[in-house]
Design a binder for this molecule. Structure first.
Ligand code: ADX
Length: 206
C-alpha cells in the first residue's frame, strides 16, 4: 500500500526492471526481517550477525539500525509517540525500496507500538514482512545497560524512555520469537536463518 502524496501533481513512474528479475539475479527473495524489542535486548547484535551470515552465504543483506538512522534520515525526530511513529514509517518506506532493489533488509528499531509495526506490515504486504520479537526481560536489559541510558532514565535525566517511562507493546503473533537471554548468540542467529529457509527466502545450507 502507498501513501497519498501531499501534492496531486505527482504520478508513479514504473521502471523497466522488475523485482522478480532482481531476485533471479541475486538468487534469493527480498524480504524484511523486522527485529523489535527493548533497548539493549540484542536487536542490533543479532541483526548484524544474521547480516554477516547471509553475506557469507552469498545473499545480499543490509541492516538498518535505530541509533544509526537517527544520525541521518531521522535526525530531526525525538522519542515522543508521534516521532517514533514517523521514524518507523520512514524505515518502512526505506525497507520497501530496498526490497524492491532485491536486498534482504534487517531492521533493528525498538518500534514499541503495535500500530506502527502493523502499518509497516501493510506497506510491505507485497514482499515479506517477518516480525522477529527479540525478547529479553527488562531487568536484564537494564542490568546490561550497555549505553548507560537506563540508569539515566531511572534518574529522570531521560524522558519517555522505553520500558521505564514509555510503553513497549510486545508482538502478539510474531513470525519468530528469539529469547536472547536464554540462548547463545549463535543459536539465535541459527533460529533466524531457519526462518528464512523455512520461508524459502534463501536456499537451505549445503
Ligand atoms: S524507536 O522507538 O523509534 O523505534 P529507535 O530504535 O529508533 O527507537 O532508537 C532507540 C535507541 O535510541 C535506543 O537504543 C537508545 O540507544 C536511544 N534512545 C535515546 N533516548 C531514548 C528513549 N527515550 N527511549 C528509547 N530509546 C532511546
Amino acid at each position: 500500500m502507498s501513501e497519498t502524496p501531499k501534492s496531486a501533481n505527482v504520478v508513479w513512474s514504473q521502471g523497466l526492471v522488475t523485482r522478480a528479475q532482481r531476485e533471479a539475479l541475486l538468487r534469493h527473495r527480498a524480504v524484511t526481517l523486522w527485529f523489535t524489542g527493548l533497548s539493549g535486548s540484542g536487536k542490533s547484535t543479532l541483526a548484524n550477525h544474521v547480516e554477516q551470515a547471509l553475506v557469507r552465504r552469498e545473499a545480499l543483506a543490509y541492516v538498518l539500525d535505530g541509533d544509526n538512522i537517527r544520525h541521518g534520515l531521522s535526525a530531526n525526530l525525538g522519542f515522543s509517540a508521534e516521532d517514533r511513529s514517523e521514524n518507523i514509517r520512514r524505515i518502512g518506506e526505506v525497507a520497501k525500496l530496498m526490497n524492491d532493489a532485491g536486498v534482504i533488509v534487517l531492521t533493528a528499531f525498538i518500534s514499541p507500538y503495535r500500530s506502527d509495526r502493523a502499518r509497516v506490515r501493510e506497506t510491505l504486504a507485497q514482499g515479506g514482512f517477518l516480525e522477529v520479537f527479540v525478547d529479553c526481560p527488562l531487568e536484564i536489559c537494564e542490568r546490561r545497560d550497555v549505553k548507560g541510558l537506563y540508569r539515566q532514565a531511572r534518574a529522570g535525566a531521560i524522558a519517555e524512555f522505553t520500558g521505564i517511562s514509555a510503553p513497549y507493546e510486545p508482538p502478539l503473533a510474531p513470525e519468530l520469537r528469539v529469547a536472547t537471554a536464554e540462548h547463545p548468540l549463535e543459536a539465535c542467529v541459527a533460529q533466524v536463518l531457519g526462518l528464512l529457509e523455512a520461508r524459502s527466502v534463501i536456499p537451505g545450507a549445503r
